[in-house]
Design a protein around this ligand. Sequence first.
Ligand code: ADP
Ligand code: MG
Length: 374
Amino acid sequence: MTPILPGATLGVLGGGQLGRYALIAARTMGYRTAVLDPDPQAPAKAVADIRFDAEYGDESALAELAAIADVVTVEFENPPADALEFMARRTRVAPSPEAVAIAQDRIREKQFLVDSGFPVGSFAVVAGADADPPMTYPAILKTARMGYDGKGQRTVADGSGMRAAWRVMGSVPCVLEQALTLETEVSVIAARTASGDVAAFPVAENTHVDGILDLTVAPAAVTSKIADRAVGLAMAIADALDYVGVLAVEMFVVNGELLVNEIAPRPHNSGHWTLDVAQTSQFAQQVRAVCGVGLGDVTMTRPAAAMVNLLGDLWTPQTPDWRQVLELPHAALHLYGKSAPRAGRKMGHITTWAQNPGTAATLALRARASLSRA
Ligand SMILES: Nc1ncnc2c1ncn2[C@@H]1O[C@H](COP(=O)(O)OP(=O)(O)O)[C@@H](O)[C@H]1O
Ligand SMILES: [Mg+2]
């Protein structure tokens, strides 16, 4: 594959914060940037050379984007598969429409993981009102498509509760997963090029609150055996998908073993610390991977990093006083340029660094707490 060099144009489908950082990284390296998102105020539009305010199904806009972009990538898992296939007939698209289609549908994702021999927790597919699959309850019912940040999920206590929840959730195809007792959750951000080179950042450890990522710490406080196995799984998944780009693999640690939770076909919130505490950020890595110009150094620049999300809730009763964080010597403030701070909406994050993961986590949590003190 011929490398796509600076001066060429990188297009991104989706204009959220992940697209924004991808385009910043691309610009830093000398690429031209284009973004397509229905929202004229989408965060990535502020840093794009070329903007399309269009729906993801708008074929004339997709054709224009494909015409100007040397390669198109994605920044969320839910672009319609048709849109990616449409573009792939006109320009290079990475990751492949097929890989995105698998990652965006929990049923296909689970099937892929099982068929490829990767470990997953016990689950069943639920597609009808009379479903009664063998399952150890409590369990979690998840819509197959369009879920994120814990949306589209319900914990259910038994079969009849599950069937009632299925109807409430719109009678759409779902997966039912046993609710596992998690020792912890980890994620691996890996990158793979078309020629099969792979690299992964150190394993991160994640804490979720109400289904939304709250705190990430790197490196994860797991044994080296588990860390190596997590990286090995992520790289093997990238190979099995013939993946090109950056992907994140979320995993559960249960009884000392790793189970794959889900795959995100893009950079990930749990990799935001790489913007400040790694030689290459996950976004620069994404640009390198999709352009086929060789992967960057994934080494951390400090012994440990932590990241806390800043959700819209923090804007009540008023916009936080950012000086509290800006004054800290070992912290970086990131705001995504979103104008409407709705509850649960990811508005920004804080990264901290320290000699060890515990201290980094404490610094990050304290920095955020200082924002909500009057
Ligand atoms: N089977 C499960 N057992 C225990 N906890 C789970 C299970 N599935 C999800 N969770 C919790 O909910 C979070 C969000 O679920 P996930 O499937 O990753 O959905 P999303 O696409 O919203 O990130 C997980 O990170 C984990 O904390
Ligand atoms: Mg998840």
